[in-house]
Design a protein around this ligand. Sequence first.
Ligand code: C2O
Ligand code: CU
Ligand code: CU
Length: 484
Amino acid sequence: MQQPVLLRTGVAPTGARRRRSRALFRTSVAAGVIVAATLLAGCAESVERVAVDTPAETPLSIPPLLEPRVEDGLAHYDLRIGTSRHDYQTATLTDTYSYNGMSVLGPTLRLKTGDSVVISVTNELDQTTTTHWHGADVPAEDDGGPHSPIEPGTTWVADFDVIQPAATLWYHPHPHGSTAEHVFRGAAGMIIIDDDNPAAATLPATYGFDDIPVIIQDREFTGDGQLDFAIDPGGRGNLDGTLTVNGTINPFVEVPTGLVRLRLLNASQARTYELSVGGATMTKIASDGGYLAGPVVLDRLMLAPGDRTEIIVDVGVSPATLVDDTFGRVLELRPNGSASRAGPLPDELATIDRISESEIAVDRSFHMEKIGDGWGINGVQMDMSRIDETVQLGDTERWTITADTGMHVFHIHQTRFLILAINGEPPPPEEAGWEDSVFVDPGRDVVIAARFNTYADTNTPYMYHCHMLDHEDLGMMGQFLVVG
Ligand code: C2O
Ligand code: CU
Ligand code: CU
């Protein structure tokens, strides 16, 4: 047995950041871990690459489901954001942010379409934060964006009806200018929405058994084992060298043989993953906003910051492996001898109510660009006191999104959109479902359309922004009102 599986080559001398290392390829034979530097956007970065044939020794941590309190017929979920400590296998326990006293991240909220929920968030940090329900169609004042600050020691309450279909969403802090840091330190969690869609009845849905949350984040550590937060104004934002899944480094998860669902969430600050599955087929069933029209078998998929993708892996009798181009193995799926209760995979999953040309009432365009040392959209940087766009409730709009440099993820709060075109062509089937975030770069112009037909509020805006959190915090965000 090789010990340890992961050599902590990431622990650089104090003050020296591995990111600045110019070493191109260093191989750690003892550990089966290759520290490789890839040349990206002109700067060298070194990462701990996990070889697929190295045994994974750490069981994947599965965030617990948060049980609601039922009061007056409503489900109440109580969240507390605070500081904690997590074992990242560095020299010491690492100081983190988390929800509900977990060592890192937060519990999973499992909601159902049609539910009325009350979620309270108590801030036990010593600084102001917020908690945003990313992907949720909720009133602006319940959205948890930068206009809903939670002061230290106080509680903010969001209450809303779950009016959207089944999907994987997430929650994370969204304080103006500090979102990257609060998320990087570990405050984020998953939200699963279930519904009664009969087409999905045979899909794996037993949480932690054949339905696995996979929250992917890259991390950087200081010489003394603490999280090394940095903002990088460069093209891609800050990339870190150690991969974690649900806070676990080099994990395996025991799964049944048969269909297993992975709910992939990229909760990283800036890194985009290029994922594939070894040893089994990978079938995409859902994007950010819910089920695709039907399953799509893929060789690989791109997961940009903020994105969710649900995949089905058909696990055989030997392990299957989720792999990233840069980091190597992300997660080993190790069959435990039991059989999945799910299957067969249906041919159709959902009816997508496509948006036709004749429905479009308004066109807008958004150009994502470098502004000075920061970033902006349409020539301006985020200003909390400026409303950039006003949308009429009931309108369907078409937004064209372009970028002049860098890599970006255009995310819109509250609404779900369809991609109409990528570089003038209709999207492939795996990108033809509902989304709330879309990858854009100078070589990829995207046209999307959305119906703004649920909530209006003349006072509180929703945000649109780049979900590369360095860019968001450096100004690449705007505000829109939906008015009735
Ligand atoms: Cu993940 Cu403004 O959001
Ligand atoms: Cu959001
Ligand atoms: Cu960006």
